[in-house]
Design a binder for this molecule. Sequence first.
Ligand SMILES: *Cc1c(COP(=O)(O)O)cnc(C)c1O
Length: 365
Amino acid sequence: MPRPIQATIHTAALRHNLARARQAAPDAQVWAVVKANAYGHGIERAFEGLRGADGFALLDLAEAERVRALGWRGPILLLEGVFEARDLELCSRLHLWHTVHCDEQIDMLALHKTHEPHRVFLKMNSGMNRLGFAPQRFRSAWTRLNALPQVDEISLMTHFSDADSDKGITEQMGRFEEATCDLPGERSLSNSAATLRHAQDMAVKADWIRPGIAVYGSSPDFPEHSAADWDLQPAMSLNARIIAVQHLQAGDSVGYGSSFVAEGPTRIGVVACGYADGYPRLCPTGTPVLVDGLRGRTLGRVSMDMLTVDLTGLPDAGVSSHVTLWGRAANGTVLSIDEVAQAAGTVGYELMCALAQRVPVGVED
Ligand SMILES: *Cc1c(COP(=O)(O)O)cnc(C)c1O
């Protein structure tokens, strides 16, 4: 028998979450963001649940080829554009739309030989200060692009740094609006947080939204709102089984560093999941888990291949019981990946992206 651990990708949850994003911005088209191998879910595994999107957005040319190989003939957007001139050949061949965020990318386009002009998304740096043209340089970049025979339609885009928090998007929206108000072209502004929190705001209406994390069922602004608050369903579950049970007496410890010491008789379960599976080593004693669908907690340090859970108060649990590390248990109970991420001092994004190669992954509806 293989080691009893498995991740499951939930096609119906992806479909549901995509519909939620649409509902939040009903007039917009939706890029399903599938960078980083669909946030760790696997592009091929997530495709069925996401094929109702209007397009797929990603960074890596190899991932774009994989989306085309699945038979997708609709739009694909390279969120960082091309990295070198010959990437443009693949853009021409696979009909990829690409972001243009710097002068060097315009230089490459100007030298590119193509029969079919490219659809490009011109990116403004409205305050994130990673990629894009500064507002005062945006118009000249647009004018230069617009004069190129290699360029077809130019869309306008920016990315928000604080859509998930109180700071919000007002300042960045103001800069974007001011610098683009008389430029033609479709607009793409909102990630998940901006879509869920701000897309109802008339000023933020845009033609293309770019939800990522919400589509995978994690809340973009946890703990202010949980995934359940946003009516999002987990698209990934990580389940493993208990492979041993130990009985501790007061003063006994468990695991490396003896970080947990029992105060009294304690029954613990040893679970076939560790940090080499992508479960964060930083999760301390008390991190929530589901044992046969009932809420429990971890004890002691997470090791490479195992972690331990408290079975006190769970008398029916024992060897071969199912432990849900995040996602959905067989009885339908959900443990949000955001709660586990918070215990580890990180975000759901990182956990889903870090699911390890050695974990077998299944797909169900
Ligand atoms: C990753 C990314 C997104 C999606 O962000 P989420 O927070 O996951 O919704 C949107 N736009 C750009 C440019 C991105 O790089």
